[in-house]
Ligand binder design. Sequence first.
Ligand code: SIN
Length: 289
Amino acid sequence: MNKIEDISVEETSAPVGAKVLGVNLKEALNYEVTQYLNTLLDRHAVLIFPEQFLEPNEFVRAGEIFGKIMPQQLKKYVLKDHPLVGYNSTKDLPIKDGRLQVRGENYHTDHSNFECPPRATALVAVEIPSSGGDTQFVDTRMAFDCLNEDLKVKATNFSSRHVHQSSKSPRELTKLSSKDLAVIPETTQPLVIKHPTSGRPALYLNTGRMEGIEGLPENEGYELIGTLYEHSIQPQFEYRHRWTKGEMVIWDNRSVMHQANADYDPLEYRYLYRIMIEGPKIERYVPMH
Ligand code: SIN
C-alpha cells in the first residue's frame, strides 16, 4: 500500500510540472494519498510518474484516482479490449515530405468543443523514439496573469464558439464521417476561465476549434485569438517533457495547453496509451473589482 510519507515531489524549473516519486500506481491508494495527488495536479498542472509501466487496465485504475474516465471520442484509436483507453501510434500516421503528420501538433486543450471537457488527459509512454517526440505544455494561468491590463479586460469579456474543426484551424484534425460529425458537440466557451478548485483565471484557447469571437467582426475576432495564442506560447510559460519509457504523465486541461512534436525519425516507433478524466462545465472568470 502506498503511504503518504513515502511520496516526494520534485518541481521542474518551469512554471508547471512536478515529478511524483515514491508512488506505485499498480498498487492501491488510500484516501489521503488520493486527495494529495489531486491537490498536486491542481497546483502543478502536469504530474510525471516515472517508471510505472502500466498495462491498460492498470492505467484506467490509475486514472480513476483523478475522477471518472471519459469515453474516447476517436473510436478508431481505442484498444479493442479496453475501449476507455486510446492510443497515439506512429503506425497510424501519414508521412508527408519525410515528416510524420502527428496528431496534436499545435498547442491546444482537449475537446474544448464539449460543454464539459476533460478535466485531465494522461499518457503512458509504451515506446518512444531515441530522440525527439517530446510533449510541450504552457501554463495558461501564468499567461493570463502576464497579459497587460487592457488585454486582460478585453479577453475576460469575450467568448468563442468551439467546433470540431475551425474554418481557420492551423492543422487538419482527424477527418470524421458525416454520421460521426453529426454527434460531435459544439459549444460556447469563455476566453478566460475560472479553475474549479483554485479559482485561478486562465486563458482558454484552442485555435483548431475556435470559430471566431462572439460579438466581434471576423477579422478582429481572429486577431484577438492570434494575439492571445502567440502570447501564451512564449518560452517562459513552457514545460517541455522528454519522455522515458514506462512514465505516466497527467495534465490539467484547464491550466495548460499542450502540443505534440513530429521532430523524430518517422521510421522509429512512438506508442502511448491515452485516457481522459471527466470534468465539470467550464466556468467564466469574473474579476472582482
Ligand atoms: C496529444 O494528446 O495531443 C498528443 C500528445 C503527444 O503525443 O505528445
